[in-house]
Ligand binder design. Structure first.
Ligand SMILES: Cc1cc2nc3c(=O)[nH]c(=O)nc-3n(C[C@H](O)[C@H](O)[C@H](O)COP(=O)(O)O)c2cc1C
Length: 205
């Protein structure tokens, strides 16, 4: 019976392709709000289903080593980014842009971003971090990635979550996140088919 159940689970997994999605932390500050916002975003992805989630945190010692140029750590980071079919970047806004640690992580790779979709979850004061996202769009365009229009922005984010990271009024953000995931899935499928048909590096004049 247990074997039959296991077979059924494996068959279901084979029939329902998952998207390899990588969630990226934007902040490396101690006591960062990013832990709460990123945990909420990861929970939304897990609840939705259909995604295999990887999480990359520039505060992680191995990621910091990779960014600093350690060859072993760097190739491990590049392998993880290469495996990703889609990205969700969780970023705060610092002085009307995004944190330097996030830029260093983005700059540590190149081809691994190409022809892949990137969605944004931002937070900050009155702006909800959208000025950080606008800067990220420019950066990802330079890297030939596709920044999504649909995202989630938390204005005055510190008031929106309670002490254990639960949203006080979740309906709007949950709906926005679901829409973002739907659009991200569409772009992931379209761009994966495109990359399968012709490697992006071969699209030259
Ligand atoms: C250096 C710095 C600059 C900031 N600049 C802005 C800003 O321009 N706009 C804004 O809405 N919030 C700004 N904030 C507030 C942050 O959005 C808020 O502190 C947020 O919690 C930071 O994310 P973190 O705690 O995950 O690092 C700034 C915070 C810091 C530390």
């Amino acid at each position: 019976m247990a074997v039959l159940m296991e077979d059924a689970i494996q068959e279901h997994a084979r029939m329902s392709p998952t998207i390899d999605i990588t969630l990226i932390y934007g902040s490396v500050r101690e006591e960062r709000l990013c832990d709460i916002v990123a945990a909420w975003a990861a929970a939304q992805i897990e609840t939705h289903g259909g995604f295999a989630l990887d999480v990359i945190d520039p505060a992680d010692a191995e990621i910091a080593k990779a960014i600093a140029g350690d060859p072993v750590a760097r190739s491990a980071l590049l392998a993880r980014l290469d495996r990703a079919q889609a990205f969700v970047v969780v970023t705060p806004e610092y002085n009307h842009s995004f944190p330097a640690a996030l830029k260093a992580l983005i700059d540590a790779a190149k081809a691994e971003w190409q022809a892949k979709p990137v969605a944004f979850v931002s937070y900050g004061g009155a702006s909800g971090g959208i000025r950080a996202v606008e800067h990220l769009r420019n950066v990802f365009t330079e890297l030939h990635a596709v920044g999504l229009r649909d995202g989630v922005a938390f204005a005055n984010a510190w008031n929106q979550f309670d002490g254990v990271g639960t949203l006080r009024d979740p309906a709007g953000a949950v709906h926005a996140f679901k829409l973002m995931l739907a659009r991200l899935s569409w772009w992931t499928d379209a761009l994966q088919k495109g990359r399968d048909a012709q490697p992006y590096s071969e699209a030259v004049a």
